[in-house]
Design a protein around this ligand. Structure first.
Ligand SMILES: [Zn+2]
Length: 216
């Protein structure tokens, strides 16, 4: 895909995130792997005002185009591409329920078989660090190796996938799982979990059956 087409797709993904209720203000940011680096949303610009020219190229060394400013969270986007060669698209947001679980500093355990969309049997919550720092990027790098979706303590969600459509789908699924988990925690009852064996069976089935989210 051309840079222009990928940039358009990034903007459409941001708008779709808003439509799905996954964004709080301009807090979400989106990137795709591109050449020797990535294309990423700019800092502090409302999605409705973005054009293809607003999207910023950042190379693998963190050098970006003159006159443009990438999202303040670009460092962890780059960290994801370095940690996971199988992922070409990254979505970050402060979706309500994901952020709520992250404030409790909890992983989302195997409450439902769809947890396997992460590629593992839980959604890990990585430790807190100030946004935009290399410390946070380091935590992200470790966490994302384990799972394609991670929570950032007292912050939000990162979802990484092979393309933007799948990443958006993953972000939406994890927000639903987080909502269920918050509701379950609110009952103050012990929460029954699926066993390791049950989750292994689902993970195997997802591998062969696949969750086919085709690129639009
Ligand atoms: Zn953020």
């Amino acid at each position: 895909m051309t840079r222009q087409a990928l940039s358009r797709k990034i903007i459409n993904t941001c708008l779709e995130m808003t439509r799905l209720g996954l964004n709080q203000g301009t807090a979400g940011n989106v990137s795709v792997r591109y050449k020797e680096g990535m294309l990423i949303t700019p800092t502090g610009m409302p999605y409705e005002l973005m054009t293809e020219e607003s999207i910023v190229y950042v190379d693998n060394n963190g050098v970006y185009e003159k006159g443009k400013l990438p999202s303040s969270e670009w460092l962890f986007h780059l960290a994801v591409y370095q940690a996971r060669l199988d992922c070409n698209a990254v979505i970050h947001n402060h979706a309500k329920h994901c952020a709520a679980v992250s404030i409790l500093e909890k992983d989302i355990p195997a409450i439902h078989y769809m947890i396997a969309v992460s590629g593992t049997d839980h959604i890990p919550c990585v430790p807190y660090a100030t946004f935009g720092t290399s410390q946070l990027a380091q935590y992200v790098k470790e966490g994302i190796k384990e799972s394609k979706a991670i929570l950032l303590s007292h912050h939000g969600l990162i979802a990484a996938e092979t393309n933007l459509d799948k990443a958006l789908w993953l972000a939406h699924e994890v927000e639903i799982l987080a909502e269920w988990y918050m509701k379950l925690l609110a009952t103050n009852q012990p929460i029954p979990l699926l066993s390791k064996a049950n989750m292994v069976a689902v993970l195997e089935k997802f591998k062969s059956y696949g969750l086919r989210i085709e690129e639009k």
